[in-house]
Ligand binder design. Structure first.
Ligand code: DGY
Length: 325
Protein backbone atom coordinates (compact mmCIF):
# COMPACT_ATOMS: atom_id res chain seq x y z
CA UNK A 1 0.00 0.00 0.00
CA UNK A 2 1.30 3.44 -0.94
CA UNK A 3 1.79 6.02 1.84
CA UNK A 4 -0.80 8.80 2.04
CA UNK A 5 0.24 12.41 1.57
CA UNK A 6 -1.42 15.78 1.19
CA UNK A 7 -0.15 18.55 -1.12
CA UNK A 8 -1.39 21.89 0.18
CA UNK A 9 -0.85 23.92 -2.99
CA UNK A 10 -1.31 23.42 -6.74
CA UNK A 11 1.79 21.99 -8.43
CA UNK A 12 2.74 21.24 -12.04
CA UNK A 13 1.72 18.00 -13.73
CA UNK A 14 5.33 16.84 -13.61
CA UNK A 15 5.54 17.23 -9.82
CA UNK A 16 2.12 15.68 -9.34
CA UNK A 17 3.06 12.69 -11.53
CA UNK A 18 6.25 12.17 -9.54
CA UNK A 19 4.32 12.10 -6.26
CA UNK A 20 1.61 9.90 -7.77
CA UNK A 21 4.28 7.36 -8.70
CA UNK A 22 5.07 6.80 -5.02
CA UNK A 23 2.14 7.92 -2.91
CA UNK A 24 -1.63 8.05 -2.57
CA UNK A 25 -2.23 11.77 -2.57
CA UNK A 26 -4.82 14.46 -2.30
CA UNK A 27 -4.13 18.03 -3.40
CA UNK A 28 -5.43 21.55 -2.79
CA UNK A 29 -5.93 22.94 -6.30
CA UNK A 30 -7.14 26.48 -5.53
CA UNK A 31 -4.95 29.56 -6.00
CA UNK A 32 -5.79 31.05 -2.59
CA UNK A 33 -4.10 29.55 0.49
CA UNK A 34 -5.83 26.56 2.00
CA UNK A 35 -8.04 27.50 4.99
CA UNK A 36 -6.95 25.90 8.27
CA UNK A 37 -10.15 23.92 8.82
CA UNK A 38 -9.78 22.21 5.43
CA UNK A 39 -6.07 21.63 6.00
CA UNK A 40 -6.72 20.07 9.41
CA UNK A 41 -9.31 17.80 7.86
CA UNK A 42 -7.01 16.75 5.02
CA UNK A 43 -4.04 15.84 7.23
CA UNK A 44 -5.95 13.53 9.60
CA UNK A 45 -4.74 10.30 7.97
CA UNK A 46 -1.58 11.32 6.08
CA UNK A 47 2.07 10.44 6.67
CA UNK A 48 3.40 13.33 4.64
CA UNK A 49 2.47 16.96 4.05
CA UNK A 50 3.92 19.26 1.38
CA UNK A 51 3.14 22.92 2.04
CA UNK A 52 4.59 26.39 1.30
CA UNK A 53 4.34 27.62 4.88
CA UNK A 54 3.16 25.50 7.79
CA UNK A 55 2.39 27.32 11.02
CA UNK A 56 3.11 24.28 13.14
CA UNK A 57 1.50 24.34 16.57
CA UNK A 58 0.67 21.54 18.99
CA UNK A 59 -2.95 21.71 17.82
CA UNK A 60 -1.78 21.32 14.21
CA UNK A 61 0.32 18.25 15.04
CA UNK A 62 -2.49 16.65 17.03
CA UNK A 63 -4.68 16.71 13.91
CA UNK A 64 -2.22 14.43 12.11
CA UNK A 65 -1.27 11.47 14.32
CA UNK A 66 0.41 9.57 11.45
CA UNK A 67 2.52 12.49 10.21
CA UNK A 68 6.19 11.67 9.58
CA UNK A 69 7.32 14.60 7.47
CA UNK A 70 6.45 18.20 6.67
CA UNK A 71 8.07 19.09 3.37
CA UNK A 72 8.23 22.88 3.28
CA UNK A 73 8.24 24.47 -0.19
CA UNK A 74 10.57 27.32 0.75
CA UNK A 75 14.09 27.78 1.97
CA UNK A 76 13.17 29.81 5.07
CA UNK A 77 11.47 27.65 7.69
CA UNK A 78 10.88 30.07 10.54
CA UNK A 79 7.21 29.00 10.66
CA UNK A 80 8.19 25.44 11.63
CA UNK A 81 8.43 24.88 15.38
CA UNK A 82 11.37 22.49 15.22
CA UNK A 83 11.43 21.76 19.00
CA UNK A 84 7.82 20.68 18.88
CA UNK A 85 8.36 18.63 15.73
CA UNK A 86 11.33 16.88 17.38
CA UNK A 87 9.11 15.99 20.36
CA UNK A 88 6.67 14.33 17.96
CA UNK A 89 9.39 12.76 15.81
CA UNK A 90 8.31 14.67 12.69
CA UNK A 91 10.96 15.49 10.11
CA UNK A 92 10.98 18.92 8.45
CA UNK A 93 12.61 19.63 5.10
CA UNK A 94 13.11 22.79 3.04
CA UNK A 95 14.29 23.73 -0.47
CA UNK A 96 17.77 25.27 -0.44
CA UNK A 97 20.12 25.84 -3.44
CA UNK A 98 17.51 25.91 -6.24
CA UNK A 99 16.48 29.52 -5.56
CA UNK A 100 19.81 31.14 -4.67
CA UNK A 101 20.42 32.77 -8.07
CA UNK A 102 16.81 33.81 -8.41
CA UNK A 103 16.73 35.62 -5.06
CA UNK A 104 20.13 37.20 -5.76
CA UNK A 105 18.75 38.57 -9.05
CA UNK A 106 15.78 40.12 -7.25
CA UNK A 107 18.11 41.69 -4.69
CA UNK A 108 19.98 43.36 -7.52
CA UNK A 109 16.65 44.51 -8.91
CA UNK A 110 15.92 46.19 -5.58
CA UNK A 111 19.41 47.70 -5.38
CA UNK A 112 19.14 49.12 -8.90
CA UNK A 113 15.54 50.23 -8.62
CA UNK A 114 16.01 52.01 -5.30
CA UNK A 115 19.32 53.68 -6.17
CA UNK A 116 18.40 54.67 -9.74
CA UNK A 117 14.80 55.50 -8.72
CA UNK A 118 13.43 53.29 -11.46
CA UNK A 119 9.94 52.73 -9.99
CA UNK A 120 9.56 56.39 -9.03
CA UNK A 121 10.67 57.70 -12.42
CA UNK A 122 8.60 55.09 -14.24
CA UNK A 123 5.57 56.75 -12.64
CA UNK A 124 6.73 60.20 -13.79
CA UNK A 125 6.92 59.00 -17.39
CA UNK A 126 3.57 57.21 -17.24
CA UNK A 127 1.67 60.19 -15.84
CA UNK A 128 3.21 62.58 -18.38
CA UNK A 129 5.51 64.44 -15.97
CA UNK A 130 8.74 63.88 -17.96
CA UNK A 131 9.26 67.57 -18.75
CA UNK A 132 8.48 68.61 -15.15
CA UNK A 133 11.44 66.74 -13.72
CA UNK A 134 14.00 68.94 -12.03
CA UNK A 135 17.53 67.75 -11.61
CA UNK A 136 17.50 66.90 -7.90
CA UNK A 137 14.55 64.59 -8.51
CA UNK A 138 16.17 63.05 -11.50
CA UNK A 139 19.66 62.46 -10.17
CA UNK A 140 20.23 59.15 -8.48
CA UNK A 141 23.08 57.20 -6.95
CA UNK A 142 25.68 55.00 -8.62
CA UNK A 143 25.69 51.30 -7.89
CA UNK A 144 28.95 50.43 -9.64
CA UNK A 145 32.11 50.97 -7.57
CA UNK A 146 30.05 51.64 -4.43
CA UNK A 147 30.26 49.62 -1.20
CA UNK A 148 27.80 46.86 -0.43
CA UNK A 149 27.54 45.44 3.09
CA UNK A 150 25.99 41.98 3.24
CA UNK A 151 24.67 40.84 6.61
CA UNK A 152 24.54 37.04 6.41
CA UNK A 153 27.00 35.31 4.09
CA UNK A 154 25.04 32.17 3.29
CA UNK A 155 24.33 30.69 -0.12
CA UNK A 156 22.26 33.67 -1.32
CA UNK A 157 24.65 36.23 0.18
CA UNK A 158 27.43 34.59 -1.80
CA UNK A 159 25.51 34.86 -5.07
CA UNK A 160 24.87 38.54 -4.37
CA UNK A 161 28.58 39.06 -3.65
CA UNK A 162 29.43 37.39 -6.96
CA UNK A 163 27.14 39.70 -8.93
CA UNK A 164 28.35 42.75 -6.99
CA UNK A 165 32.06 42.15 -7.47
CA UNK A 166 32.10 40.57 -10.91
CA UNK A 167 29.30 42.56 -12.52
CA UNK A 168 29.31 45.93 -10.77
CA UNK A 169 32.90 46.34 -9.49
CA UNK A 170 31.52 46.88 -6.01
CA UNK A 171 33.53 46.74 -2.85
CA UNK A 172 31.81 44.08 -0.71
CA UNK A 173 31.93 43.84 3.09
CA UNK A 174 30.16 41.15 5.04
CA UNK A 175 29.08 40.35 8.57
CA UNK A 176 28.47 36.73 9.49
CA UNK A 177 28.62 34.57 12.61
CA UNK A 178 31.37 32.48 11.04
CA UNK A 179 34.12 33.76 8.76
CA UNK A 180 33.90 32.49 5.15
CA UNK A 181 37.58 32.58 4.08
CA UNK A 182 36.94 30.66 0.84
CA UNK A 183 34.28 33.17 -0.23
CA UNK A 184 36.47 36.09 0.88
CA UNK A 185 39.23 34.80 -1.36
CA UNK A 186 37.00 33.97 -4.30
CA UNK A 187 35.32 37.39 -4.48
CA UNK A 188 37.73 39.65 -2.57
CA UNK A 189 35.36 40.29 0.34
CA UNK A 190 36.21 41.70 3.74
CA UNK A 191 34.62 40.56 7.01
CA UNK A 192 33.66 43.42 9.31
CA UNK A 193 31.93 43.96 12.63
CA UNK A 194 28.26 44.89 12.21
CA UNK A 195 29.01 48.46 13.26
CA UNK A 196 31.88 48.88 10.79
CA UNK A 197 29.80 47.42 7.99
CA UNK A 198 26.94 49.81 8.72
CA UNK A 199 29.31 52.80 8.92
CA UNK A 200 30.99 52.09 5.61
CA UNK A 201 28.30 50.72 3.28
CA UNK A 202 26.37 52.57 0.59
CA UNK A 203 23.98 49.63 0.42
CA UNK A 204 23.22 47.36 3.38
CA UNK A 205 21.61 44.01 2.62
CA UNK A 206 20.06 41.82 5.33
CA UNK A 207 20.11 38.21 4.19
CA UNK A 208 19.87 36.15 7.38
CA UNK A 209 17.32 33.52 8.42
CA UNK A 210 14.81 34.68 11.01
CA UNK A 211 15.74 33.34 14.46
CA UNK A 212 15.55 34.67 18.03
CA UNK A 213 19.00 36.23 17.49
CA UNK A 214 18.19 37.91 14.18
CA UNK A 215 14.77 39.29 15.11
CA UNK A 216 15.12 43.11 14.90
CA UNK A 217 18.82 42.76 14.19
CA UNK A 218 18.48 46.13 12.47
CA UNK A 219 16.85 48.60 14.85
CA UNK A 220 17.18 52.25 15.79
CA UNK A 221 20.82 51.97 16.91
CA UNK A 222 21.92 50.17 13.74
CA UNK A 223 20.02 52.54 11.45
CA UNK A 224 21.79 55.45 13.14
CA UNK A 225 25.10 53.79 12.34
CA UNK A 226 24.35 53.80 8.60
CA UNK A 227 25.44 56.54 6.18
CA UNK A 228 22.90 59.30 5.59
CA UNK A 229 22.43 58.33 1.95
CA UNK A 230 22.72 54.56 2.44
CA UNK A 231 19.99 52.27 1.16
CA UNK A 232 18.74 49.31 3.18
CA UNK A 233 17.71 46.21 1.24
CA UNK A 234 15.76 43.41 2.93
CA UNK A 235 14.82 40.24 1.06
CA UNK A 236 15.04 37.77 3.95
CA UNK A 237 12.27 38.16 6.53
CA UNK A 238 10.47 41.35 7.57
CA UNK A 239 11.06 40.77 11.27
CA UNK A 240 14.83 41.02 10.84
CA UNK A 241 14.32 44.80 10.60
CA UNK A 242 12.44 46.78 13.24
CA UNK A 243 9.93 48.33 10.85
CA UNK A 244 8.87 51.12 13.23
CA UNK A 245 12.50 52.18 13.57
CA UNK A 246 12.94 51.99 9.80
CA UNK A 247 9.88 54.18 9.17
CA UNK A 248 11.26 56.68 11.67
CA UNK A 249 14.77 56.64 10.13
CA UNK A 250 13.40 57.15 6.61
CA UNK A 251 11.00 59.87 7.77
CA UNK A 252 13.82 61.76 9.51
CA UNK A 253 16.21 61.38 6.57
CA UNK A 254 18.62 59.34 8.69
CA UNK A 255 19.15 56.97 5.74
CA UNK A 256 18.64 57.43 2.01
CA UNK A 257 16.08 54.79 1.15
CA UNK A 258 15.04 51.17 1.24
CA UNK A 259 14.27 48.29 -1.08
CA UNK A 260 11.95 45.81 0.61
CA UNK A 261 10.67 42.45 -0.55
CA UNK A 262 9.48 41.52 2.94
CA UNK A 263 7.53 43.16 5.77
CA UNK A 264 6.85 42.54 9.44
CA UNK A 265 3.23 41.77 8.57
CA UNK A 266 2.41 40.16 5.25
CA UNK A 267 0.45 41.01 3.23
CA UNK A 268 1.58 44.53 4.14
CA UNK A 269 -1.24 46.73 5.47
CA UNK A 270 -2.31 49.42 2.96
CA UNK A 271 -1.86 52.03 5.73
CA UNK A 272 1.82 51.15 6.26
CA UNK A 273 3.71 54.50 5.93
CA UNK A 274 6.47 52.77 3.95
CA UNK A 275 4.06 52.52 1.02
CA UNK A 276 3.79 56.32 0.81
CA UNK A 277 7.53 56.98 0.69
CA UNK A 278 9.11 57.87 -2.66
CA UNK A 279 12.49 56.56 -1.55
CA UNK A 280 11.14 53.09 -0.75
CA UNK A 281 10.83 50.40 -3.41
CA UNK A 282 8.61 47.46 -2.54
CA UNK A 283 7.83 44.01 -3.91
CA UNK A 284 5.40 41.44 -2.43
CA UNK A 285 7.81 38.75 -1.08
CA UNK A 286 8.72 37.49 -4.54
CA UNK A 287 12.39 36.64 -4.06
CA UNK A 288 11.99 33.13 -5.46
CA UNK A 289 8.98 33.85 -7.68
CA UNK A 290 10.13 32.87 -11.15
CA UNK A 291 8.45 30.01 -12.97
CA UNK A 292 11.74 28.08 -13.09
CA UNK A 293 12.69 28.52 -9.44
CA UNK A 294 9.20 27.74 -8.14
CA UNK A 295 9.08 24.57 -10.25
CA UNK A 296 12.51 23.50 -8.99
CA UNK A 297 11.42 24.20 -5.39
CA UNK A 298 8.23 22.16 -5.82
CA UNK A 299 10.15 19.24 -7.33
CA UNK A 300 12.73 19.35 -4.54
CA UNK A 301 9.95 19.45 -1.94
CA UNK A 302 8.27 16.48 -3.68
CA UNK A 303 11.52 14.48 -3.59
CA UNK A 304 11.95 15.25 0.10
CA UNK A 305 8.33 14.27 0.76
CA UNK A 306 8.57 10.96 -1.08
CA UNK A 307 11.85 10.05 0.61
CA UNK A 308 10.34 10.88 4.01
CA UNK A 309 7.29 8.64 3.61
CA UNK A 310 8.96 5.73 1.83
CA UNK A 311 11.75 5.07 4.31
CA UNK A 312 14.44 6.95 2.37
CA UNK A 313 16.62 9.82 3.61
CA UNK A 314 15.27 13.20 2.50
CA UNK A 315 18.13 15.33 1.17
CA UNK A 316 17.15 18.61 2.77
CA UNK A 317 16.23 17.97 6.39
CA UNK A 318 16.50 21.23 8.34
CA UNK A 319 19.54 21.47 10.58
CA UNK A 320 17.58 21.36 13.87
CA UNK A 321 15.90 18.05 12.96
CA UNK A 322 18.80 16.14 11.39
CA UNK A 323 19.21 14.12 14.57
CA UNK A 324 15.85 12.45 13.88
CA UNK A 325 17.21 10.63 10.82
C1 DGY B 1 11.77 31.26 0.91
O1 DGY B 1 11.86 30.27 0.18
O2 DGY B 1 12.08 31.24 2.10
C2 DGY B 1 11.24 32.50 0.30
O3 DGY B 1 11.40 33.60 1.10
C3 DGY B 1 9.77 32.31 0.04
O4 DGY B 1 9.11 32.19 1.27
Amino acid sequence: MKPKVFIAKPVSQQVEDYIAGHCDYRIWREEESIPNDILFDEIKDVQGLMIPKAKVTENFIKQAPNLKIISHISVGYDTLDTDLMADYNIIGTHTPYVLDDTVADLIFGLILSSSRRISQLDQYVKVGKWDKLDEPTFLSKDVHHSTLGIIGMGRIGEQVAKRATQGFDMNVLYYNRNARPEVEKKYGLKKESLEQLLNKSDFVLTMVPLTEETQHLIGERELKQMKEDAILINASRGQVVDEKALIHALGEGMIGGAGLDVFENEPVEPSNPLLKMDNVVTTPHIGSATAQAREAMAMKAAENLVAGVTGGKPENVVEELKHLL
